[in-house]
Design a protein around this ligand. Structure first.
Ligand SMILES: Nc1ncnc2c1ncn2[C@@H]1O[C@H](COP(=O)(O)OP(=O)(O)O)[C@@H](O)[C@H]1O
Ligand SMILES: Cc1ncc(C[n+]2csc(CCOP(=O)(O)OP(=O)(O)O)c2C)c(N)n1
Ligand SMILES: [Mg+2]
Length: 326
């Protein structure tokens, strides 16, 4: 079967005839643009993230995993805003030099992974673009949030606690495990691979945080860089207690010091870093006790600027703040 541009779209991205387009979709894939019906009671939240082969995931990665990861990292930006995902678009660039067979196989796997996440989060694909060039996946998310309730980077205040969900460092450890596998056990490699390709967008947690957190952001570039964005936007500084960082056993397999460096600046974690006024701690602790959110206190917001790391009350030096494209 020929797998040209339009056949690919029809075969792999258009919803099956027996499945409706999804909630709020007036006109889905197939026209010049999609039409959606937003909830009139909500604000729209829009974000975009691109994944480039060799930059955001290893070249030759399993396309089904790439499909999963591509939508999950985009959903993470929506979680960072405290919003509920509604729809997304996909701009896909596929290498010209792939054979028809390679192209068909790759898109079949990719669309399977993508659809699984799309269905799990009830966030349908409503359109996009397909072109040739270096392998590249660009997703645009459209989400909704009750007016004025979005989580933002600019609300942290001196005296707030700094918290992070689950664990940090697994993303960078995963990348190391793909090439330097001897340091990690088979179970650790599997765990890290799962964390890299299937990061869990903290959507449920972020809905709870809307009423609690003074600021939030997802950790994509690295904790220090991303907490640094909160500090810059809020005109404050932060202190991070290195011994409080939640780090999985797998991310510490090469040693505690390496695990800590990855947790502080490795990136690719897609956890939430957020700030809480001390008055909100009891309510947060109750939500945590009910199992609705899992997060650790890792530091505090202070007057000044920038993020400072402390170990046993002494400054702790870090090799890098986080990932930079340029
Ligand atoms: N090419 C661009 N054009 C317009 N806005 C951009 C562009 N690249 C990034 N931004 C904006 O800059 C801000 C920071 O982007 P980024 O560091 O990619 O955030 P995130 O880690 O949340 O994806 C976001 O508000 C994003 O929308
Ligand atoms: C093959 C490969 N090498 C290196 C990395 C590490 N890495 C690449 S981009 C990035 C930061 C996040 O990407 P970015 O495009 O900055 O996402 P955003 O902050 O916009 O969400 C990291 C940690 C990776 N994910 N894959
Ligand atoms: Mg981005």
């Amino acid at each position: 079967m020929p797998v040209g541009e339009f056949e690919l779209i029809d075969q792999y991205f258009r919803p099956p005839a027996d499945k409706p387009d999804g909630a709020g979709v007036v006109l889905g894939i197939g026209d010049d643009a999609a039409i959606v019906e937003p909830d009139p009671e909500q604000q729209l939240v829009v974000a975009a993230d691109t994944l480039v082969s060799g930059v955001h995931f290893p070249e030759g990665a399993d396309p089904e995993f790439v499909g999963e990861r591509s939508l999950r990292v985009n959903l993470s930006d929506i979680a960072a805003m405290g919003a509920t995902p509604a729809w997304f678009t996909l701009s896909l660039t596929l290498p010209q030099d792939w054979s028809e067979q390679e192209r068909g196989d790759w898109v079949a796997g990719f669309s399977r992974g993508l659809r699984r996440v799309s269905e799990a989060f009830k966030c349908p694909l409503i359109g996009g673009d397909t072109t040739s060039g270096p392998l590249n996946i660009a997703i645009q998310m459209i989400a909704q949030v009750p007016p004025g309730q979005a989580l933002r980077r600019d609300g942290a205040a001196v005296g707030d606690f700094v918290l992070v969900t689950h664990t940090l460092g697994d993303g960078a450890a995963a990348l190391a495990s793909f090439t330097d596998s001897a340091v990690f056990s088979d179970e650790q490699r599997d765990y890290l691979s799962q964390r890299f390709y299937c990061p869990e967008p903290r959507i449920k947690e972020s809905v709870i945080l809307r009423a609690l957190a003074s600021s939030a952001q997802d950790v994509s570039d690295g904790l220090l860089a991303d907490l640094g964005h909160i500090c810059a936007a809020s005109d404050v500084g932060a202190e991070v207690d290195v011994e409080s960082l939640p780090i999985s056993a797998a991310a510490q397999a090469p040693g505690q010091a390496q695990g800590r460096q990855w947790a502080l600046s490795g990136g690719d974690d897609y956890e939430l870093v957020f700030t809480l006024h001390p008055d909100k701690m009891p309510e947060f602790a109750m939500a945590q006790a009910r199992g609705e959110i899992q997060a650790s206190v890792i530091g505090r917001i202070v007057a000044g600027a920038g993020v400072h790391c402390l170990l046993d009350d002494q400054p702790y030096s870090v090799e890098a703040e986080g990932f930079r494209h340029f």
